[in-house]
Design a binder for this molecule. Structure first.
Ligand SMILES: NC(=O)c1ccc[n+]([C@@H]2O[C@H](COP(=O)([O-])OP(=O)(O)OC[C@H]3O[C@@H](n4cnc5c(N)ncnc54)[C@H](O)[C@@H]3O)[C@@H](O)[C@H]2O)c1
Length: 699
């Protein structure tokens, strides 16, 4: 199928790609680009060439489905080489998003023009690879190696106006991208401007070549923030080549490095996450059968920490919110927090002042629950009390029409008990946001026994609209994420009892790739929350309970597992907690031992896998990939390890089972015995990925 057309506009030839939905640079597009280019170069009437795309966007990147498969010629590097060496000026005319290979194609052109809504970026790092189509060589020659490195390592998108300011774009203009490209071609032809390939430019790299110390300082600082990850190190090495060796040699080395990265575990893990996040938001069982309810306005009951954050999520998507609290005081405190958050964002430049004003304007407050009437979705975020939640839900069902979605943000209460307080359990659902709700991308949509498909579909769809990654969970204690956390917490407490100290635990798991350790995190959220849950459930923890009994609740009381100075959140060693830990071990007649890092990690990560397997077997999560998505987006599991279930496949399920059996015997803790599903898959030599595939085929 021909995906690339050559359209003549007088003396300008327009090469137009048409490969919906995002003009991915798949093999037939690359072939088409080379053919069209050769034709345009050979045609004596053509004086300049414009490369543009049909549809909603310029080339938005490589074709991710071709990753990891044998490469089909022409490879992108060669296509871009052809473009760059064209003896006639080539102009890339950009709309939508020029990402990854798309931006690299544009960097192969001699000039770049774009419409104001366009965005550019090199997001390869997010897939564990690096821009191997020459982006690491040409971008430094355009904007300097340090700026190039920052953009490449961030993987973030840059809006057209900024790209113009830093010199990546030559012109930004409203209108049809093809027409803008043609007009620009006429302008440079009239001015007689020379088409200089970026690979031949030296002006932006000469100073770093003479003295690379500033580059090296920046590179070291950036890598320090990403320990253990291969792709960032490869990006640094590749950008360094832009000013240390010839471009031909650099491109040759990039080819080798890029293939090694694509084949590596880290990139495989990140690609798994990419697809798992998209799959999680889909509901295969009834796809298309039930339309979600249109969500035009939302009410939130409870203007506390979560309520305010949830309100901000909806306003960011332009959806008006009524924020309701029981008291004037609660309401004004909630609104004040939201106002402060917007002010901080505007000051930081993450949103404009006028956008902040617009979003704030979408929130109205009330202390009257009747203000929720007329909303399409009502999210309840009051204190974690079953009695209170049941009273609110019973009242809301009386006040609202059937079909109004009644969602609870509870972290630990039973959705079915809440739904039973209403006469419309089909409209009741859990929408479990994570704190801070306006930042965290995970949304667990918790389906009660009687939740209707419309409620489920609406919660999933509105989750996507507000930029979250919705994952469907069954109703059980802790849903997917917190149920697994509970298993890790139990092990952490036992490890402290057996011989580890708080810093050993946190530093082991951070070495594995988590941004924060479990004990630092608990200190931050407040140790009293877990303590009260354990007391309610009758599941005591030897160490954690002893710490709480002293009134040490973490940061808010100045000490917990760590000690905190006033106004400073840095965890410092807490000798009092350390001696308490030793004392409790002694009291329990435990012979403390040195536990090495590898064992600490296994004891904290393998129980997650074990509980994940139980969650899958019970149908609480639809796919192993969903469990991974929950852990990466809600609990800081390193994305480059693919999530706990993908990691289990990498380690090998047999190894996980053997180690869990070993730990169960060693500690006498039967809960560590491998789950039936985990053992069965391991016995078959199967993986969670295969289990997911079988489930998909069965649907
Ligand atoms: N904080 C978290 O990290 C987190 C994360 C996920 C879910 N949750 C859940 O979200 C819910 C709210 O938690 P939070 O941390 O925002 O609590 P919070 O204490 O900060 O806020 C609760 C708010 O509800 C208001 N409220 C109490 N009774 C009310 C009533 N009858 N009508 C209207 N408003 C009422 C209070 O005035 C307060 O402003 C809880 O169910 C909690 O389990 C919390």
């Amino acid at each position: 199928m021909t995906r690339v057309a050559l359209v003549q506009h007088g003396d300008v030839a327009v090469i137009l790609s048409d490969n919906p939905p995002v003009n991915a640079l798949s093999t037939d597009v690359r072939v088409g680009l080379v053919q069209a280019l050769s034709q345009a170069i050979a045609d004596p009437t053509t004086k300049a060439i414009v490369i543009a795309c049909n549809g909603k966007t310029f080339f938005a990147g490589a074709d991710i489905t071709e990753f990891g498969k044998p490469r089909q010629p022409p490879i992108l590097q060669d296509v871009i080489g052809h473009i760059e060496m064209a003896p006639k000026p080539v102009i890339a005319a950009i709309h939508g998003t020029a990402l990854g290979g798309g931006l690299e194609v544009a960097l192969g052109a001699h000039f770049r023009v774009a419409v104001p809504t366009a965005q550019i970026g090199l997001p390869e790092i997010k897939l564990g690879i690096f821009p191997g189509g020459g982006g690491t060589q040409r971008l430094p020659r355009l904007i300097g190696p340090i700026e190039a490195l920052k953009l490449i390592l961030s993987g973030d998108r840059m809006p057209a106006d900024k790209a113009l300011a830093v010199g990546i774009l030559d012109q930004v203009e409203e209108g049809d991208p093809v027409q803008i490209g043609i007009a620009f071609a006429h302008k440079i032809l009239a001015e007689g401007r020379r088409a200089i390939p970026l690979s031949e430019r030296d002006d932006k790299i000469a100073s770093v070549r003479a003295d690379s110390s500033v580059f090296e300082v920046e590179a070291a600082a950036q890598l320090k923030r990403r320990p253990g990850q291969e792709a960032p190190a490869a990006c640094v090495e590749s950008v360094r080549l832009s000013f240390t060796v010839s471009i031909d040699e650099a491109l040759a080395r990039d080819r080798v490095r890029s293939q090694a990265l694509v084949a590596g575990d880290q990139s495989r893990a990140l690609r798994h996450v990419f697809f798992a996040e998209r799959a999680a938001a889909k509901l295969p069982e009834f796809a298309g059968a039930v339309a979600p309810r249109a969500v035009r306005n939302v009410a939130i009951v409870g203007a506390g920490t979560m309520g305010g954050g949830i309100a901000m999520c909806f306003t960011a998507a332009g959806i008006p919110v009524t924020l309701i609290d029981a008291t004037e005081q609660g309401l004004s405190a909630g609104l004040e927090r939201v106002r402060n958050n917007y002010a901080t964002s505007a000051k930081r430049g993450s949103i404009t002042q006028s956008e902040a004003g617009k979003r704030l304007g979408l929130i109205s407050g009330s202390t009257d629950r009747d203000a929720a009437v007329g909303a399409d979705v009502i999210v309840e975020a009051v204190f974690e009390s079953m009695e209170l939640k049941r009273e609110i839900f019973a009242d809301l069902t009386r006040k609202t029409q059937a079909g109004t979605i009644l969602a609870t943000n509870t972290s630990a209460l039973d959705i079915d008990d809440i739904a039973a307080a209403t006469d419309r359990p089909e409209d009741v659902i859990g929408m479990h946001f994570f704190s801070p709700a306006n930042v965290m991308r995970l949304l667990e949509v918790v389906r009660g026994a009687k939740s209707g498909w419309q409620a489920i579909a609406t919660a999933m769809e509105v989750g996507k609209v507000i930029g979250k990654i919705p994952v469907l969970s069954g109703n059980c204690d802790g849903f997917i994420g917190n149920r697994m956390v509970a298993k890790r917490s139990a092990q952490v407490d036992r490890l402290l009892l057996e011989g580890a100290m708080p810093r050993d635990i946190d530093s082991a798991i951070k070495g594995f790739g988590f941004a924060m350790g479990p004990l630092e995190t608990n200190d931050m959220s407040g140790l009293d929350i877990g303590w009260s849950i354990r007391k309610r459930r009758g599941t005591p923890f030897a160490i954690a309970d002893a710490i709480c009994a002293r009134g040490w609740f973490g940061q808010k009381t100045g000490q917990g597992y760590y000690r905190y100075e006033k106004g400073d959140r840095t965890p410092r060693p807490n000798p009092d907690a350390d001696s308490l830990i030793l004392e409790i071990s002694e009291k329990n007649h435990v012979n403390r031992r040195t536990i090495d890092r590898a064992e600490l990690i296994e004891r904290m990560v393998f129980p997650l896998i074990n509980e994940g397997a139980r969650i899958l077997a019970e149908g609480i999560a639809l796919r192993a990939g969903d469990v991974d998505v929950v852990w990466i987006n809600g609990y800081g599991f390193p994305a480059w390890r693919g999530g706990p279930m993908f990691y289990a496949d990498l380690v090998g399920l047999k190894t996980v089972v053997d180690r869990l059996d070993h730990f169960a015997t060693q500690t006498g803790n039967a809960d560590l015995r491998p789950a039936a599903l985990l053992r069965a898959l391991a016995n078959k030599g199967a993986s969670f990925a295969e289990w997911d595939k079988d489930r998909l085929l069965a649907q």
